[in-house]
Design a protein around this ligand. Sequence first.
Ligand code: BTN
Length: 276
Amino acid sequence: MNPSHTLNVDSIRSTLATKVLGRRIELFKQLPSTNLEATTLGESGVEHGTVVIADRQTAGRGRLARTWFSPGGTNIHCSLVLRCELPANRLSEWLSWLPLITALAAAEAIQSVTSVPVSLKWPNDLLLSDRKVGGVLCENVQASPSGPFQIIGIGINVNTRPEDFPAELRASATSLWNQTHTVVDRNRLIAQLLLELEQCIEELAEHGSQQLALAYQRRCATIGRKVQASLADGSELTGYAESISQDGSLRISALSGSRSNTTIEVRAADIVHLRS
Ligand code: BTN
């Protein structure tokens, strides 16, 4: 591997322009999961903005209890510990929007570093040519001796070659390399990701979700699409995705079943984009 493309804290710092995120960076060759390690560090009281990065994960976690493909030497697997002091009446907005603005920040960072236009699938998948190039897993830890904190986990398929994906992911996953055919410097991309994320977090904390919601909607490929939503209660819903609500829910105009012609606000679901 070209040494300039090896993950390295000094290389990340050489372009890092954040105020707080990444003041402490913990880089590992291998971890079970950066979210797990960040949670352990959060419980032991590490400061706001601590970043955990692993070159490879052996038990990377995805949404909906899935696993996350995390090979060594090619991708970004990173988690942040956030301790934001917010009034109790803003916690719900904060927790709902955190995963969405993280996906937005990751898409902006990728575009800024590689010029590749990444879109979003609600709530927090990163898409390239309708295939998944990255994902976000946020976890809220309320009951901790060190006080409540949130973990933001981000996975981006950066330099993985198509043939290196497991067979079951080849049709649905992609990487930045697949689009650009050039090796992307992960250190540079991590530094930009932290900057974009810091700016989004500041905006959410200081001004709320209004402007972020507009930026999210502009990038969101789900809006206007015919979708199938698998809901948390096991039921399924087909319809047209209309917009994002103020609380980050997806508004779907239902096409099928007893809910036909009604608009449903979905807070948590697995979405599939259908052909119209
Ligand atoms: C998804 O299923 O779309 C979310 C994937 C999130 C993967 C990242 S990789 C870094 C962090 N550590 C984990 O174990 N998961 C997240």
